[in-house]
Design a protein. Structure first.
Length: 182
C-alpha cells in the first residue's frame, strides 16, 4: 500500500509522485494572495505619496515665455495651483489658496478691479468673501493677509515657478521686491 503522505520524490527524481495535500495547497494559495495584495498596496502607497517634481504641484513649472504674458495679465495654472500675475514690477506667482481658511480663490476677470492696472479683474474667495487684487493684496473680507506667493525665476527667457508648498512665501503687504523682473 502506498504512503498517502509521501511528499518526497522518487530516487529517480520523478516529480509525478509528489502529492500535495489540499491543506498545503490552500495555505500556499492564501499566502500568495496576501503577498500579492501587500505588494500592490505598498506600490500604490509609494506612488501616491511620491512627489511629482516636474510640471505639477510641488515641483518646478515652466509657465511659458516672458513675452506670452502682457503686463496686467493674470493666468491660471491649475496643475501648479497658482496664478501668474504680470505686474509693472515683474512676475508674481500667487498661490490659489485663501489665507483665511484655505479655499481655492478664483480669478474673476469680469469683476470690478481692485487695483489701477485695469478696470476689471480681481480674486474673489467664494467661501467667505475675501477679495484680493492682481498683486494678491487683500482688499476686503476676513482673510488676515495677502495671498502667499511662490518663488519665480526667469530661465532662458521662460518664467519658472517653484510650487513646493514649503517654499511658499507669507507676506503682510505688497512689496515690489516680491515681483521678479524679466
Amino acid at each position: 500500500m502506498a504512503n498517502r503522505n509521501n511528499h518526497h520524490t522518487s530516487p529517480s527524481g520523478d516529480l509525478s509522485s509528489i502529492r500535495v495535500t489540499r491543506k498545503h495547497f490552500l495555505r500556499f494559495a492564501l499566502l500568495a494572495a496576501v503577498g500579492a495584495v501587500a505588494t500592490e498596496g505598498g506600490a500604490a502607497f509609494l506612488l501616491f505619496f511620491k512627489a511629482k517634481k516636474v510640471g505639477a504641484f510641488g515641483g518646478k513649472i515652466v509657465a511659458g515665455r516672458v513675452e506670452d504674458f502682457p503686463v496686467g495679465s493674470v493666468t491660471r495654472f491649475q496643475e501648479g495651483r497658482f496664478y501668474l500675475s504680470h505686474t509693472p514690477d515683474g512676475f508674481v506667482a500667487l498661490y490659489q489658496k485663501c489665507t483665511h481658511l484655505g479655499c481655492t480663490v478664483p480669478w474673476k476677470p469680469e469683476d470690478a478691479s481692485e487695483d489701477d492696472l485695469a478696470n476689471k479683474g480681481r480674486f474673489n474667495c467664494p467661501c467667505h468673501g475675501s477679495i484680493f487684487n492682481r498683486y494678491g493684496v487683500r482688499k476686503a473680507g476676513p482673510a488676515p493677509r495677502p495671498l502667499d506667493i511662490f518663488p519665480v525665476s526667469i530661465v532662458d527667457g521662460k518664467v519658472v515657478v517653484d510650487t513646493d508648498p514649503n517654499k511658499a512665501i507669507q507676506r503682510s503687504a505688497w512689496d515690489p521686491k516680491h515681483a521678479v523682473k524679466a
